[in-house]
Design a protein around this ligand. Structure first.
Ligand SMILES: Cc1cc2nc3c(=O)[nH]c(=O)nc-3n(C[C@H](O)[C@H](O)[C@H](O)COP(=O)(O)OP(=O)(O)OC[C@H]3O[C@@H](n4cnc5c(N)ncnc54)[C@H](O)[C@@H]3O)c2cc1C
Length: 427
């Protein structure tokens, strides 16, 4: 078969939520520009965007000045609006954070302050008040943090709807087509089916974003450290007694939130995800997808983090190792909801992997989203949680700071002139 050549003003590599929202917003802004989206899998949602908890976070955890802090609350509002407009189910179940030690209790005012700074609603309430919202929450804790805006969606509903929107808007969404070679000088991307000449390439390849960035000589300071998240599920009788999300107090130095209860749109309750180093970028089960090329550098990087106890990594790993025993996991769960017993826990097939970026210079796990640019290309790195929640606002931010031609003289660092509060209408 003859190898075809086609062209696109904008070529987006990856078909996750970051790619789809970006294509959606870009086409609205510039209806005449042609956009092609390439997704290597036959179906959307095979990786991060289809394997997450589906929580639309409120913006509680994120430190001042971070992109997560800037984008979460606006992203959540925009996503809720989009869902409402398209008739996609959103369940505004709210969230309760349960401190189980005195030190954790002292974190509540800090988290509340962060929530206010990030334009999210949060209230410190007594356990008696908490019982009205969540009848099974531990009555022996003094206070909890209540975040009424926390919501949940089925992420695949949103991916499907966005993909249909994009096709209607004249965007080529090509599933089952992988970018396998890129010539950044000639601006040509080779797939297994054709060559695509592009004006600008946007790298939204999630777990493989570093590999694409490498071709542009970008991201050399980073390494991907994949962290796997497994889930348990509550039996139906117990799930029916849980009204919303119940979370522990996280270590805010680490990019993981701890094992939590998520009430899904279908009334299931999942417990998880934990955060354990994965043996490969797509190592979802057993040894399938295990790669020595990922495992070796990851082992040395994690050993270093453990020895130096950077970001409280030692405590994190001890907690994760403990959680390998169901009894230990049960203890952590019972500290939040004492009525849950072993008989209420069933293993779930749900599993996701975070493409966590490690900064080789600072020797720390990157806490925030990272965006890099070169001539004619933009690279979205470390699109970790809550990138699903943030995606609509993240797309606005990327367009304004890195793509909009009027801003082409901007430096590679974000300028601080961020106007995410002017929410672009979704339709
Ligand atoms: C266990 C878990 C729970 C989470 N929970 C939440 C949550 O509750 N709320 C929240 O907001 N966020 C959550 N997140 C984070 C969220 O899911 C991600 O931040 C988000 O989905 C990232 O989207 P993405 O588009 O960057 O990546 P992805 O969804 O991974 O998309 C990247 C796509 O690129 C494709 N690709 C890769 N290489 C190529 C190539 N060469 N050619 C073509 N295509 C390619 C891949 O197949 C993939 O589909 C969670 C993540 C995990 C892992």
């Amino acid at each position: 078969m003859k190898h075809q050549t086609s062209s696109a003003d904008t070529l987006i590599v990856g078909g996750g939520i970051v790619a789809l929202t970006l294509a959606f917003k870009l086409k609205k802004l510039r209806p005449n520009g042609s956009i092609t989206v390439l997704e290597k899998e036959k179906d959307l949602g095979k990786h991060g965007s289809g394997r997450n908890s589906g929580v639309l976070h409120t913006g509680l955890y994120y430190s001042k000045g971070s992109l997560k802090a800037l984008l979460c609350s606006s992203g959540s509002r925009q996503m809720k609006l989009y869902c409402k407009d398209r008739g996609i189910r959103v369940s505004e179940v709210g969230k309760i954070l349960v401190p189980t030690t005195k030190i954790e209790l002292e974190q509540l005012p800090i988290l509340k302050e962060r929530a206010i700074a990030n334009k999210a609603e949060a209230h410190i309430i007594s356990s008696r008040e908490a019982l009205d919202i969540e009848p099974l929450v531990n009555p022996n804790v003094d206070q909890v943090l209540h975040c009424p805006q926390s919501a949940v969606v089925n992420p695949k509903d949103i991916l499907l709807s966005l993909s249909n929107d994009l096709k209607e808007m004249g965007i080529e969404v090509c599933t089952g087509e992988a970018a396998i070679g890129i010539d950044p000088v000639k601006r040509v991307c080779r797939t297994d089916q054709r060559s695509i000449e592009y004006g600008r390439l946007i790298n939204c390849a999630g777990m493989f974003a570093d590999k694409i960035a490498e071709k542009f000589d970008i991201g050399g300071d980073y390494a991907i450290a994949p962290f796997k998240g497994n889930y348990l599920k509550l039996t139906e009788d117990m799930a029916n007694c849980i009204n919303g999300h119940i979370y522990p107090i996280p270590n805010i130095e680490m990019p993981f939130l701890g094992v939590h209860f998520t009430k899904t749109i279908d009334q299931n309750v999942y417990l998880g995800p934990n955060a354990f180093p994965a043996m490969g970028r797509e190592n979802y089960s057993g040894l399938k997808g295990a790669e020595l090329s990922t495992m070796m550098p990851l082992a040395s990087l994690l050993t270093r983090q453990y020895v130096t106890d950077s970001q409280g990594f030692r405590k994190h790993m001890h907690r994760e190792l403990k959680s390998l025993s169901l009894n230990n996991q049960l203890k952590a769960i019972q500290a939040m909801v004492p009525k849950v017993e072993k008989k209420h826990l069933v293993s779930a097939t749900k599993v996701g992997i975070r493409p966590q970026l490690y900064n080789k210079k600072t020797k720390k796990l990157e806490m925030d989203f990272v965006v890099k640019r070169s001539d004619h290309s933009v690279h979205i790195l470390n699109a970790i949680s809550p990138a699903f929640t943030c995606s609509m606002a993240f797309a606005d931010y990327i367009i304004e700071e890195y793509i909009d031609d009027n801003s082409s003289n901007k430096t590679l660092q974000s300028s601080g002139n961020r106007n995410v509060e002017t929410e672009t209408e979704v339709r």
